[in-house]
Design a protein around this ligand. Structure first.
Ligand code: FES
Ligand SMILES: [Fe+2]
Length: 501
């Protein structure tokens, strides 16, 4: 009877005090959220390079990692090569996090087997006189290993079938970073599934409730966009989403009328399966600006189905941080310098951990010292990690401004279901090969000199037209590179200003 009463209820028809009718929780969405070995998303993810840790996590002892539900160990051997191996020794399972780093490879602490960075067994110690037997034995045993490489302070691994890896993407050949600018690595643990971290990358609509209030006396500067002086972010954006690159990536615009003469068109870019590019975070809207590039390059990497890492680079330097307000010393492992609440730690300077150690990573959003403070001044970490360890998509109530979340999920499903071969792992590999591993980003920040239209209706029409024209121009600019592309965009954005002026 109770079951029948539940079934008869529609979630879209409000029932006062009707909690009883909606108290059963459906399962999460396994297709998008589960990434362990053998799962559809897990197999898809394993066909891409992912950052797995920061270079600074590789010290004189091996580093335990969990990525895509696999227990791993990462280390840099004494000849400088990086290894990412399965955690448990192929002999009898001791963890290689207790291994000894060698000139070449790593030695298991238990019986002294030595494994190279590619998993080859280099040595099985046998008693004196039986060395030949040891040599024979080492040829029959090997440790699971993944290809690794380091880029700008991050360690990347390819965890798929050997030989199928795509080119490592170096966006535009220089990550869109000017020679005077610098990529600064960071890694922020999230106690939730990767998909909701990725969802948050495209969620540009949460800024006012989440990033403009801070009730904790004496809280850090930068807790809110108001304090960061990023006034345009205090205006609700008009969002438009554009699948581009044949459905492999999605560009989206957030358009805001900043003052009667200026309109802020922010273009962010998201790439299947888990990459996002974000333009300038501290924009104050004070000056005309055309085609400012990437300020944050980020991956949402599954640790397992209940944890993930927001890991990537912040860009520092005069060409992107035009206000010079970024705080480099606050960007790193479990640290981020903007909008407190990017990671569970919140204020890194208050953390207790030993000299030379990395800060601890908390296992749940309620079980950390900053919990009560976070209730007064929540940030992205609190909003995203509290959507349950794995958000239940079946319980969501989508709004128009959530469109990008659902579009990107659809692009992922199409890739997994074979409905968009261009976005399959092979399709993306082919695309990366065709551009020599140098794909183009759509990401840009633009303050355009366009006067406010005379009526609300014509203003809405104009801002949507401007945003669509910016995307159109960016698509056209994709055949160009570097200064040539920049000059093309400067000219096209000036034309747009004239057209709507
Ligand atoms: S368990 Fe590693 S060498 Fe024996
Ligand atoms: Fe946010």
């Amino acid at each position: 009877m109770a079951q029948e009463a539940r079934m008869a209820v529609s979630r879209t028809r409000p029932i006062p005090y009707g909690g009883y009718h909606v108290n059963s929780i459906p399962d999460h969405d396994p297709q998008l959220t589960e990434t362990g070995p053998g799962t559809p998303m897990g197999e898809y993810m394993r066909r891409f390079w992912h950052p797995v840790c920061m270079s600074e996590e590789l010290t004189d002892v091996p580093r335990y990692l969990r990525i895509l539900g696999e227990d791993l160990v990462a280390f840099r051997d004494k000849s400088g090569r990086v290894g990412v191996l399965h955690l448990h020794c192929a002999h009898r399972g001791a963890s290689l996090e207790y291994g000894m780093i060698q000139q070449r490879g790593i030695m298991c602490c238990y019986h002294g087997f030595v494994f190279d960075v590619d998993g080859t067994c280099l040595e099985v110690p046998f008693p004196p006189g039986e060395e030949r037997e040891g040599d024979k034995a080492r040829r029959t045993i090997w440790q699971g290993a993944y290809k690794a490489r380091e880029e700008h302070g991050l360690v990347f691994a390819y965890m798929g079938p050997p030989g199928d890896e795509p080119p490592f993407p170096i966006w535009e050949g220089d990550y869109t970073v000017h020679t005077d600018d610098e990529l600064v690595p960071y890694s922020n643990h999230q106690t939730c599934n990767w998909m909701q971290v990725q969802d948050n990358s495209v969620d540009q609509y949460h800024h006012i409730p989440l990033h403009t209030t801070a009730l904790v006396p004496g809280h850090e500067q930068g807790t809110t966009f108001t304090e960061a002086g990023a006034a345009p972010y205090l205006i609700r954006p008009d969002l438009q989403f554009f699948p581009v690159d044949d459905g492999r990536t999605m560009a989206w615009t957030s358009s805001r009328r900043f003052d009667e003469n200026k309109i802020f068109i922010r273009v962010n870019h998201q790439i299947l399966p888990n990459v996002s590019f974000h333009s300038y975070l501290f924009e104050d809207g004070s000056k005309r600006k055309h085609f400012s590039r990437v300020h944050m390059h980020r991956w949402s990497v599954p640790v397992d189905d209940h944890n993930s890492k927001m890991i990537g680079w912040r860009v520092f330097g005069p060409h992107i941080d035009t206000r010079d307000v970024g705080k480099r010393h606050l960007v790193g492992f479990e640290k981020m310098d903007f909008l407190e609440g990017q990671c569970g730690m919140r204020r890194p300077e208050r953390l207790q951990y030993g000299q030379g150690e990395l800060p601890p990573v908390y296992k749940d959003h309620r079980e950390r010292p900053a919990y009560h403070e976070a209730q007064h001044a929540p940030g992205d970490y609190e909003a995203v990690c509290s959507q349950r360890r794995i958000a239940v998509h079946a319980l969501e109530s989508p709004m128009k401004f959530d469109q990008g979340v659902y579009l990107f999920r659809k692009m992922l499903r199409d890739a997994l279901n074979g409905q968009n071969p261009a976005a399959s792992a092979d399709g993306i590999k082919t695309w990366l090969e065709s551009c020599g591993g140098r794909p183009k980003s759509y990401c840009s920040g633009n303050i355009l000199l366009v006067p406010q239209a005379s009526t609300p209706e014509s203003e809405v029409k104009a801002r949507r037209g401007i945003a669509a024209d910016v995307i159109k121009a960016t698509i056209e600019s994709n055949s160009l590179s570097g200064d040539e592309r920049d000059a093309f965009m400067q000219a096209r954005l000036s034309e747009i200003e004239q057209r709507y002026g």
